[in-house]
Design a protein. Structure first.
Length: 476
């Protein structure tokens, strides 16, 4: 039972030594921390409503195809895979950084063989001797001042890599949704223009017959053909936009364009699918919540910790270092009885080093790291300010986009009423063809404006979630 008190005392002394070393290491770290500037309490341009979750926000579009695309991108996207690999790299580097302060042990072993030939008369004989030596050598630089900055730097590296990984998820989900909205908007606009061209071609055909019969003028027939061809000039741009969006969706999901399965290609080509809509009547989070939601803010905070660790390491270079080295070697006789066999030699050497002639250079490096740390604090505050501005801009665009969409839909309804009345009046012979064509063109323009407003509203919702750091649920 007497052994327990001594063991407890050894543990207590070890804990005290560890605490002293940690305190000494932290003494070189700066006391300043990243602090955000004053933030608004509420958003000025967002309606007040219930808090909206920022995770898996794209499912609010209620579009199975979009859900499939985002899930595939988050699973197979190259940007996500690279970011995840960098997280593993940062963790391995952090472990290597911390373990450099552990004692270093080296096992040694050697052997020596000798044979002496004696030829003195009258007896001739041989004498053989062989020794074996083995032992351990150890060295330890006591972490008086460097372990604190090293541990802080390792933690900052981990936090920065995790923030980048989260940022890649946020950007990828938003990019996929954006490309999908572009694709649907191009499809809907292409379908509307195609219907317009069909109507214009039919009117041009009827007028051509009427001109030959003497019931219509050549100018009216030419005007109908002009409307049809003018609409056709807008189709190539929409086809280009369709292909671009499809290719972007393929690349974001880590696939070569044109290799999607037939079912997905058919879904892309579905002209009847409308532009997805996400109703978002309030801000997803309060201004202060951006500090925990935005990956770029988390990365900027990690950069301040890394700069603080670098400054702490530079300050530690100005202070003394204490090293302990030692060895234990055992020599045994394997053959014969050589001199020195059967001995054990243990040595221990402590030494301290203090920078003298290059102290000025080290002090200059410390001042440089101090300035870089101040820059990181300023950059953090700037990042927070820019995040608030980006979120505010997104909310303004979201609110105004909602109003624009309401007006665009009302304008299309009114244009539809006008077009129906114009057709009836033309069929009854009380309205000219030019008025009929003008009404049809106004209806087409109103429909295209409505499609563009729907796309802009969807893009504004996507931009809002991107600005608030919305993405998949965090899992590590």
């Amino acid at each position: 039972m007497a052994a327990f008190p001594s063991a407890s005392g050894a543990w207590a002394r070890g804990a005290a030594l560890a605490a002293a070393l940690a305190a000494a290491g932290c003494a070189t770290m700066p006391s300043q921390r990243a602090e955000a500037p004053p933030l608004p309490s509420t958003w000025r341009d967002a309606p007040v409503g219930a808090t909206i979750p920022v995770t898996d926000w794209w499912r609010g579009f209620n579009d199975p195809t979009l859900n499939q695309l985002v899930d595939e991108a988050l699973r197979d996207g190259p940007t996500i895979q690279i970011a995840a690999s960098r997280v593993r790299e940062a963790r391995a580097l952090s472990w290597a950084t911390v373990t450099q302060f552990l004692p270093q042990l080296l096992a040694t072993g050697s052997g020596q063989y000798s044979r002496v030939v004696e030829s003195d008369a009258p007896i001739v004989g041989d004498r053989e001797e062989m020794t074996g030596a083995y032992g351990v050598q150890g060295s330890w630089e006591l972490p008086l001042f460097g372990i604190g900055p090293a541990a802080a730097g390792a933690g900052a590296s981990n936090r920065g890599a995790l923030a980048d990984w989260r940022g890649a998820q946020v950007a990828l989900a938003a990019d996929v949704a954006q490309a999908y909205v572009d694709l649907r908007a191009a499809n809907a606009s292409h379908a509307a223009l195609t219907r317009s061209i069909e109507v214009s071609d039919e009117l041009a055909r009827i007028l051509g017959i009427s001109v030959r019969a003497g019931f219509a003028s050549e100018a009216d027939a030419a005007d109908a053909r002009r409307l049809a061809e003018s609409s056709r000039t807008r189709l190539p741009g929409l086809v280009i936009e369709q292909r671009r969006a499809e290719n972007v969706l393929a690349v974001l999901r880590g696939r070569a364009p044109g290799t999607d399965d037939p079912g997905l290609q058919a879904a892309f080509a579905d002209a009847s699918a409308s532009v997805p809509h996400l109703e978002l009547a309030s801000a997803p989070a309060a201004p202060a919540d951006l500090l925990r939601l935005r990956p770029d803010v988390a990365r900027a905070e990690a950069n301040t910790l890394a700069a603080a660790a670098t400054l702490g390491a530079a300050r530690a270079e100005l202070l003394p270092r204490l090293n302990l080295t030692g060895s234990i070697n055992v020599t045994d006789a394997l053959i014969g009885s050589p001199a020195g066999a059967g001995t054990t030699l243990a040595t221990g050497t402590p030494f301290i080093s203090i920078p003298l002639f290059d102290w000025g250079r080290r002090f200059a490096v410390s001042r440089q790291r101090d300035a870089q740390f101040d820059q990181s604090l300023i950059q953090y505050r700037l990042t927070v300010i820019q995040a608030i501005a980006e979120a505010s801009n997104a909310l303004v665009a979201l609110d105004q986009g909602r109003l624009r969409l309401v007006s665009a839909r009302a304008a299309q309804d009114a244009a539809g009423v006008t077009a129906r009345g114009s057709r009836a009046a033309f069929d009854a012979g009380i309205q000219s063809l030019s008025d009929r064509l003008r009404a049809e063109q106004q209806l087409i323009d109103a429909e295209l404006t409505r499609i563009d407003a729907e796309a802009q509203a969807a893009r504004a919702a996507i931009a809002t979630y991107r600005a608030f750091g919305g993405g998949p649920a965090v899992t590590e």
